[in-house]
Design a protein around this ligand. Sequence first.
Ligand SMILES: C[S@@+](CC[C@H](N)C(=O)[O-])C[C@H]1O[C@@H](n2cnc3c(N)ncnc32)[C@H](O)[C@@H]1O
Length: 384
Amino acid sequence: MKLSGKKELIEIILNDIKKRGGISFKDFMDYALYYPSLGYYTSDKEKIGGYGDFFTSSELDPVFGQLLSKQFNEIYLNYFKGQKIKLVEIGSGKGILAFDVLNEIKSNYPEFYENLEFISVEKSPFHIENQKKILDSFNVRWLENIEDLEEVEGIIYSNELFDALPVHLIKKKNGRIYEVYLNEVDGEIIEDFREAGENILNYLKELKIDIPEGMTTEVNLIAKDLIQKIGQNLKKGFVFTVDYGYPSKELYKPYRMKGTLLCYYKHTYNENFYENIGLQDITSHVNFSALVYYGKKVGLEFTGFTDQAHFLINLGLGDVMIKLQEKGDSKSFERINRLKTLILPKGMGEKFKVLVQHKNITNPTLSGLKLLPPQNDRYKIEDF
Ligand SMILES: C[S@@+](CC[C@H](N)C(=O)[O-])C[C@H]1O[C@@H](n2cnc3c(N)ncnc32)[C@H](O)[C@@H]1O
């Protein structure tokens, strides 16, 4: 197999494979997505939206950010009223969601806005430059590294951050767990299976994950570190994680024998991870059980787990649609169609989940979690 994509980046990857006698798939994914200036997210390529490779909910319509802000304002009123509150978005990408959230709070919740400090934590310098342009009318502080985030009393949220983190790729063969490495043999790149390290085995053991024989799947150790970092920094408040994925019980079902790793390129998806390197997105489903388990270890309590459809409808998406219907003009009908996309079952409505965790708040109730989806394997997080 030959690697294809950005030549300069491929050279760097091949040199490292030679130097180290092979690199893990996780290191390969890290190069492909985040190598300075050349990786998919760190380069100046248009990624999100019509001219890019995929849409996010925030790109589709401002209502996603508006309803999220409604939930955040409820938190401000119930748990922080009259106090300073921090709102932190991690992995804000182009900054569209941050814009919708800040715009809504400034326009409709002035008291909340008055007490608010907004921090954007974004690893890609290119995306920070984008954000600086579209968020210039708001007071925003930028951090490139989560390590620089101080203590937070308030809300930390992300949308499609955890699915974009480099993952270890593992396979179960003859009852043993192996990790996928990339190696070079006679000028060809091959996948090499090596005994999985303690960090991966411990993760599987701690989460009581026993994958079926023959399954290839992902282990997201960066997600584990990130949720723990978030939990350590949060002193009081909430964490909202919006992303696609499942609890462990669903994620490792036998009908996902090849795992969930996918590439997105110009609004189509493929499983050719070693092509278009640096030019296409590589993502995997989030293991929400892991976020709950490792969050608990640093004091994050489980508030609730739902899907985007239930979350947005609980927060009043139906009323927004009725008002548009009453307006009755063609623009309003176009918008109704976009809003439907956000809540369609089998589409964004069910695919995207919302996990809420809290710290130092007693028995919180949130409007977004009022009515929950059926508590089957797709939604039921184990009691750890
Ligand atoms: C799929 S995009 C998110 C899109 C955006 N949240 C939206 O709603 O349109 C993922 C973003 O997370 C950023 N990212 C990845 N790892 C990160 C980390 N450890 N800290 C901060 N940002 C990170 C990437 O650079 C990228 O901008």
